[in-house]
Design a protein around this ligand. Sequence first.
Ligand code: PRP
Ligand code: URA
Length: 209
Amino acid sequence: MRDVHIVRHPLVQHKLTLMRQAERTTKGFRELLNEIGMLLCYEVTRDLPLEDVEIATPLTTMMAPKLAGKKLVFAPILRAGMGFVDSMLDLVPSARVAHIGLYRDPKTLQAVEYYFKAPPDVAERLVIVLDPMLATANSAVAAVDRLKERGCKDLRLVCLLAAPEGIERFHGVHPEVPIWTAAVDSHLNDHGYIVPGLGDAGDRMFGTK
Ligand code: PRP
Ligand code: URA
């Protein structure tokens, strides 16, 4: 399978360019991530199943389409994944949220888990994992490993920027999980940062550096 969907919508590409700029303020960076989150949500939910239900308009009754099945789950990887949650919940207000607390050890680049909380029936739902950065993919692989341990089978990954090395590694471990991203950059540097990239997404979102 190994699906990678690059979202080339002009609004996404324009906003991503603004986010990459080193002079962008914390406030501006956060607002742009929020706005791109809404556009990526539109793309990742494009094929959700619908079912016809009978409704009454002011004039008559009709069969009209509604989302079918159980409510989906957004699963942000903390911290930076939280930047997508508000706008995605604006579009899909009935979604559930699973929080996955991971940080990347700066020396080993391995993902270290510090928190995990998901709806009890998460295994029965479509789960959309959210993280702006797919660098080595250690974090995304660990998040999906954890969700699979809980029985999840229907998973998607949304990021903002991906490195070719990260895509390769992620699909090496989880080939059936499709990825949506706004761009695939050139490479990772020696510290595991995406080049040209946008720096440390969490620090830029929260003003911690
Ligand atoms: C960043 C980013 C991803 C991870 C990507 O998080 O938000 O979660 O790094 O890198 P990887 O693909 O090499 O795992 P970080 O660990 O810096 O934590 P933060 O979100 O709390 O800043
Ligand atoms: N995490 C980030 O926030 N940025 C990178 O470039 C790599 C990992």
